[in-house]
Design a binder for this molecule. Structure first.
Ligand code: PMT
Length: 222
């Protein structure tokens, strides 16, 4: 019965880090492995959804039965997601998108010079915020990676970005957040309801959260 939970639903998931290039050989990035987002894509597909995975650079194999769109930068991720959000029912933003990128990307490899180097950075577009402003019927789920007071900052992001729900992970807890196969998350929805999960594999987190989303979606539709 659960394998058809998401039948007929279109789900877009973002995963992984972004690469913000300084020159042809150097870039800024973060520690996201993509495992959390890929687990969501895999579980959503096995629950019957039509899944699009917009992925930053990772070493992971694309899950079976999922349309994968590979991107590098925050800007590319923004474009690919904004092209596709309209036809989605659920959007889950587990990617760790860079907040800043170098103001200039050099065409040639930068030469080493004497003294220190200063690289000027500018803000990237906030994909989640743009989706929150534009969304119609889509159920929009953000993520928040926090090192302190995850529930407080999570709730603020949920409200500020007009999300339907947010998954917060306290990335300073052992077994949670970047890189590993497990995570410790809480789910907060726009009605102020909160559910805290124990340490689970990233697949289990995805399975549990997708079920929670479907419960909330039913409330919206009824
Ligand atoms: O990939 P793994 O190694 O498995 O690690 C999983 C994870 C820790 C990356 C994941 O669980 C997670 O927390 N992802 C969100 C990380 C993050 O960037 O959080 P944030 O608090 O900086 O961003 C908040 C939300 O805004 C996120 O949904 C993010 O996708 C989104 N965002 C941020 C910046 C930006 N320019 N555009 C965005 O859409």
């Amino acid at each position: 019965e659960s394998s058809s939970l998401l039948k007929g639903k279109r789900v877009l998931i973002t995963a992984g880090p972004t690469h913000e290039e300084i020159d042809p050989v150097r870039f800024f990035t973060n520690h996201s492995s993509g495992k959390m987002g890929y687990a969501f894509a895999k579980e959503a597909a096995s629950l019957g959804a039509e899944v699009t995975l917009v992925s930053g650079p990772t070493n992971l194999d694309p899950p079976k039965g999922v349309t994968v769109i590979q991107v590098h930068s925050a800007h590319e991720m923004y474009e690919r997601v904004l092209e596709r959000y309209k036809e989605q029912d659920i959007i889950i933003k587990s990617a760790a998108v860079a907040d800043y990128k170098p103001k200039h990307t050099f065409d040639q490899k930068m030469k080493k010079k004497d003294g220190d180097l200063v690289i000027e950075m500018e803000r990237t577009q906030d994909i989640l915020k743009a989706l929150g402003e534009k969304k119609q019927h889509q159920f929009l789920v953000g993520f928040a990676a926090e090192t302190q007071d995850p529930h407080i900052y999570g709730k603020q992001k949920l409200e500020k970005k007009n999300l339907d729900a947010i998954v917060v992970n306290n990335i300073s807890s052992e077994g949670a957040g970047f890189g590993g196969d497990t995570n410790i998350v809480s789910y907060l929805n726009r009605h102020g309801e909160q559910k805290d999960y124990p340490l689970l594999s990233k697949e289990e987190v995805a399975y549990e959260i997708l079920h929670r989303i479907m419960d909330d979606l039913k409330d919206v539709q009824n």
